[in-house]
Ligand binder design. Structure first.
Ligand code: CA
Length: 582
């Protein structure tokens, strides 16, 4: 028999420090995420408070189950107590984050102390319990009246009966709201004033747009046409400037004049921003301090890795696979393009909310070079977490209106001679077909969580990234693909029938089938093309392979889009080396 909660609570005081750490491990990421990039609402309107609180509750539950699962499995794997497992996990977390944790603890100490007195989880996990039970008893997962009970693990006997409410949950909610408020108001997410380029990597810095070469001078930035051929300074940050002492000709003029220089811009979603949750954060068998070294960076980049992404990646991947990108290939073709990239993507980006995001494009029609703009919202127009998911999908009529608005806006911003490539929506049936009976990273130790279970859990909480595709309901999966195809056809039609003053426009299918085919030929398995933790996004391998397919298509069908090969590339390299790097 389960001892009463109040009895358990009395057994486990005195672990204040570790609990505080745990608190921050659990909440900071979620709150950062909530403050910066929780899935954007469908359409242009702000989400209703009811929807926000529902999403918030769902994400809270997912976060709790995730962290408690990891603690449980650490205890199991190292044959230790839960308390030791919590300490172990806390020691893995980077010290910087722990410091922030203590600051928060000082700020909110009284509340936490009160909470601690009432409620701690450290001894509530034992053989009879699993993460679902713990999180329900902590009221971090809740069953709403008339709604199903959501659980990730197969329910143990006697589950979810007779919990007493020993925890002071209104206090916890209050605390979280405060932290969220602090984070929202202190961190400069999406806070663009003046110059949009930066010398700081994360927080929408140079991981997202080519690195600035003078953060204080707003007339110097990647992508501009050189000022007076960059005789005195590198106004466009491509690493090329000065005058050749042999003949007195500026290097920019010599190497880049008439070279068809152009930038790369992505207008996209989480796939384009390259969403990735490292599986090593939840694989206890290989967990060490190294596993969490990238935690601060990941969260200040909204769990996105644009620096390795398919369109704008420029650093060698540290998350598996390899990096290949349209930007790198255009740079290799013409080194004058160095640093001219912008990844304007956001988790949850769709044709509707992109109309808001697009305003952060940095391109001066008169001063800057043209750009290749990739428009790629590959799923969110048909993906949402609602129970009646079909009713919340973008209609073809809405798609037409949204995309045309975006294109008209681009026509007022892009320098003449630019190009726009519209990418079709993905056929997400690939996900269920290749993952549903495989084990999720959380389920590998005990072989108890499949992707099918994960999808059902997320659906139940209405926080699924895509109820239409991540479901055992085959009819629904087919209907979702049908709508995706209709929306792709809208894009195709726009590309063939519409004309714009400052750019020409093309359409291409999302190259999933070719990517899978290519990977198979290389000896890979289809599931490796999908992000292991979320079971939804394209993986690093899929991104890199996608680039080579897109490039070959463009080279074959629209070579003028890619511009000429610069005959001076070797000379640029010889004189300017890595051109100041990225
Ligand atoms: Ca230059």
């Amino acid at each position: 028999m389960q001892p009463p909660w109040s009895y358990q609570a009395s057994r486990m005081r005195g672990s204040r420090r570790t609990f505080l750490n745990l608190f921050c491990i659990l909440w900071l990421p979620l709150l950062l995420k909530a403050a910066s990039s929780s899935p954007l609402p469908h359409g242009n309107d702000p989400p209703s408070p009811a929807l926000q609180s529902g999403l918030y509750k769902g994400h809270t539950c997912v976060g709790c189950v995730l962290v408690v699962s990891v603690i449980e499995q650490l205890a199991q794997w190292h044959n230790s107590t839960v308390k030791a497992a919590v300490e172990r996990l806390c020691n893995y977390i980077p010290e910087k984050l722990q410091g922030f944790c203590y600051v928060l603890a000082e700020l909110y100490g009284p509340h936490i102390a009160e909470l601690l007195w009432f409620c701690t989880i450290s001894s509530s996990i034992d053989k009879e319990m699993n993460a679902d039970v713990v999180c329900h008893s902590l009221k971090l997962c809740k069953q709403d009246p008339g709604q199903p009970l959501c659980h990730l693990y197969p329910p143990p006997k006697k589950i979810f009966t007779g919990f007493s409410s020993v925890c002071a949950f209104p206090l916890l909610a209050n605390l979280c709201e405060k932290i969220k408020y602090v984070i929202r108001n202190k961190l400069p997410f999406e806070d663009f004033d003046g110059d949009k380029f930066s010398t700081f990597p994360t927080l929408r810095g140079y991981h997202w747009r080519g690195r600035d070469c003078d953060d204080k001078n707003t007339t110097m930035y990647p992508g501009r046409r050189p000022d007076n051929w960059d005789v005195n300074s590198d106004s466009n940050c491509n690493g090329i400037w000065g005058v050749d002492p042999k003949d007195g000709i500026p290097y920019e003029e010599k190497f880049c004049k008439g070279a068809d220089s152009q930038g790369v811009v992505l207008l996209g979603d989480s796939a384009g921003a390259h969403f990735h949750i490292p599986p090593e954060w939840m694989t206890v068998t290989e967990m060490s301090a190294k596993s969490f070294a990238n935690l601060p960076m990941a969260f200040t980049d909204e769990l996105d890795w644009p620096q390795f992404s398919e369109i704008t990646g420029f650093l060698n991947s540290t998350i598996g696979g390899w990096t290949d990108s349209l930007y790198l290939r255009l740079r290799q073709r013409n080194r004058c393009n160095h640093r001219d990239l912008q990844n304007i993507s956001q988790n949850g980006g769709s044709s509707g909310n992109l109309l808001y995001l697009i305003k952060s494009l940095a391109r001066n029609q008169l001063l800057d070079y043209p750009a290749i703009v990739i428009y790629a919202t590959i799923g969110n127009d048909v993906c949402n977490g609602n129970r009646d998911t079909l009713a919340h999908m973008t209609t073809p009529k809405e798609m037409l209106s949204n995309v045309m608005q975006a294109l008209r806006y681009l026509d007022t911003r892009l320098p003449n001679g630019s190009h726009v490539i519209l990418t079709g929506l993905v056929d997400g049936r690939f996900l269920w077909d290749n993952l549903h009976d495989r084990y999720h990273p959380l389920g590998q130790l005990n072989r108890d969580v499949t992707y099918s279970q994960l999808y059902s859990f997320l659906n139940c909480l209405q926080v699924s990234p895509c109820s239409g595709w991540l479901t055992p309901n085959e009819t629904l999966r087919n209907l979702t693909s049908e709508r995706a195809l209709q929306l792709s056809n809208v894009l195709k039609e726009i590309a063939t029938s519409e004309k714009f003053a400052n750019f020409d426009i093309f359409y291409m299918d999302f190259p999933l089938r070719q990517t899978a085919e290519e990977w198979r030929k290389m000896g890979g398995q289809p599931w490796q093309l999908i992000e292991p933790v979320d079971g939804f996004h394209p993986s690093q391998i899929a991104a890199a392979l996608g680039t080579s397919i897109t490039w070959r298509k463009a080279l074959h069908e629209w070579p003028h889009v890619l511009g000429k090969e610069n005959p001076f590339n070797h000379q640029i390299e010889a004189i300017f080396k890595d051109q100041g790097g990225h």
